[in-house]
Design a protein around this ligand. Structure first.
Ligand code: NI
Length: 173
């Protein structure tokens, strides 16, 4: 089932999610629906608060549905270590058509649980590392627009105006 993606302005996006405690059929269904929604929206990552569920959980697939091994659910993830830096364009399904450069670590080690409650650790690089960091931020109510302050005034002002305009004209919905 494709779920509705919450857009910027909804308070759920700026709230810390709860830890997932029940690894049951309901969780499995939620995760499956999140994968389906992410694929339909052409995203590479989707966090639970983005579908209105204030939980520490996100799904990722940097292959866009092409590689089954890249289809990963991260439940209660914790970033253990980060290395290097990368700068690249970033977007978010909760901010349609908004993209700007964000500097983040290039390598990340993350520990999380799978849908069966089994703990795992992964080392990820480049786009996958960027995605894990962006989505983990969502679980703490942190949005990528926090990184706007690192841009020049002109760039920041242009993006802020574009966001304000979209909200004013109801283009988010
Ligand atoms: Ni996002």
């Amino acid at each position: 089932m494709i779920l509705k993606v919450v857009k910027y302005g909804d308070p759920v996006l700026e709230k810390e999610g709860q830890l997932v405690t029940e690894f049951d059929g309901k969780l499995n269904e939620l995760v499956e629906n999140m994968f389906e929604t992410m694929l339909a929206e052409k995203g590479v990552g989707l966090a639970a608060p983005q579908i209105g569920q204030s939980l520490k959980l996100f799904v990722m697939d940097c292959s866009g549905g092409k590689e089954p091994k890249d289809r990963i659910a991260f439940i209660n993830p914790i970033i253990q270590e980060t290395k290097d830096t990368q700068v690249g364009d970033e977007g978010c399904l909760s901010f349609p058509d908004i993209y700007f450069q964000v500097e983040r670590p290039r390598i990340v080690t993350v520990t999380a649980f799978d849908v069966n409650g089994k703990e795992f650790t992964m080392n990820l690089e480049d786009l996958a590392a960027r995605c894990v960091l962006h989505e983990t931020d969502h679980l703490y109510g942190k949005l990528f627009t926090d990184f706007l302050k690192k841009l020049s005034f002109l760039k920041r002002d242009k993006i802020k105006k574009k966001i304000d305009k979209k909200i004013k004209y109801g283009e988010w919905d």
